[in-house]
Design a binder for this molecule. Structure first.
Ligand SMILES: NC(=O)c1ccc[n+]([C@@H]2O[C@H](COP(=O)([O-])OP(=O)(O)OC[C@H]3O[C@@H](n4cnc5c(N)ncnc54)[C@H](OP(=O)(O)O)[C@@H]3O)[C@@H](O)[C@H]2O)c1
Length: 331
């Protein structure tokens, strides 16, 4: 099993991280639909094959993802690197969201309770909070580390500027710096390459990248002119009563995305592999990627995903994928 150091720290994580946004019934942020029995089989298969990194968030499936993981890792807590996040609303009150001292302190206690543990290995800010001074956030997180309730801290969805501001603020308050960023990254979304990955490298952050299969588009299972299966992520989004969810599904099915999925499928056929493995191997092999947050909904999907962590793409395949997915040049 290959482990990598996460950013400028001594923490070693598997190159595959188990993302758990699918765990539990739909609710809160997250897709949901993987029941607890299947979720526990996924966790056991994942850790049983030597992987150690598991990611969740307080907002996933209304807290159910954290509850399920807490029960699933009982007995193996010391070998699991457990990551969770805070920021998103936990109620309608003015102080029930964001990165303020008052909210983060309550959010951490609630996550510890749901996860049934007395420490979090990696506590992440789910996104930037424009309403809280970053010094307050970094000083609060430093207090968590000093208390022993949190071992390392990270952020998610920050811009390059926000990463630099946070690291400088940590230095100003004499606090703990971030060791990781959790950004979106796949053959469909490569915007972090220009400024965010270089900022991470320069400021000591490793990366845990999310939606490596573009929410399932890169698996090749969505064909033009054919309605998505009703139980699939896109099928569920299209059937949602939320206009935002339906718009997200339409974005995912954009012609550019389907074209890239076709290229992935052709390369997979030529290599005698699968689209899932090829798309994940491309992300894993990118410079600056420490770990890849996969999001299996079933044990079979997990097994298919893990092939992408042993497949080494030949240079010609990487070049063809780079070309098919590159953005238009900017001047
Ligand atoms: N920090 C953030 O803001 C943020 C945001 C999003 C996600 N994340 C993290 O990243 C993790 C992964 O994100 P993601 O779920 O969007 O990842 P993804 O790998 O891009 O998409 C996962 C979906 O792909 C499909 N899939 C996976 N393996 C498959 C296989 N072998 N065959 C066919 N289909 C397969 C499944 O769709 P179906 O359900 O349709 O079967 C699954 O739900 C999350 O669990 C979460 O931990 C973080």
């Amino acid at each position: 099993m290959e482990y990598a150091r996460l950013g400028n720290s001594g923490l070693k994580v598997s190159r595959a991280c188990l993302g758990t946004m699918n765990f539990g019934p739909p609710g809160g942020v997250g897709v949901g639909s993987c029941d607890e029995a299947e979720a526990r089989r996924i966790v056991d298969a994942f850790t049983g094959s030597g992987h150690n990194f598991i990611d969740t968030a307080d907002a996933y499936t209304g807290g159910q993802s954290e509850h399920i993981i807490g029960r699933a890792i009982k007995g193996q807590r010391e070998t699991v690197v457990l990551a969770t996040k805070a920021f998103l609303p936990q109620g309608s009150g003015a102080n029930e969201r964001g990165l303020s001292r008052v909210h983060l302190t309550r959010a951490l206690e609630a996550s510890l309770r749901r996860l049934g543990t007395d420490y979090i290995d990696l506590y992440q800010c789910h996104q930037w909070d424009p309403d809280t001074p970053i010094e307050e956030t970094m000083a609060t997180l430093d207090g968590f580390v000093r208390s022993g309730k949190v071992r390392y801290i990270g952020c998610s969805n920050f811009t390059a500027t926000q990463i630099v501001e946070a690291q400088w603020a940590a230095a100003r308050v004499g606090g703990t710096p971030f060791i990781s960023l959790q950004p979106q990254y796949s053959l469909l979304v490569r915007s972090i390459e220009e400024e965010i990955l270089p900022a991470c490298e320069r400021h000591g952050l490793g990366t845990l990248v999310w939606s490596p299969l573009g929410g399932g588009i890169l698996t090749g299972r969505y064909a033009r002119g054919t309605a998505p299966e009703t139980y699939s992520r896109v099928g569920r989004l299209l059937a949602s009563s939320s206009p935002l969810a339906r718009a997200w599904a339409q974005d995912l099915l954009a012609e550019r995305n389907l074209y890239i999925a076709d290229e992935v499928a052709e390369i997979a056929t030529a290599l005698g592999s699968t689209s899932v493995a090829v798309a994940l191997a491309w992300v894993r092999q990118r410079r600056g990627v420490t770990s890849v947050a996969i999001g299996p909904r079933t044990v079979n999907q997990l097994t298919g995903n893990l092939v992408g962590f042993t497949l080494d793409l030949p240079a010609e395949a990487v070049a063809r994928l780079d070309d098919a997915s590159s953005a238009a040049p900017r001047h």
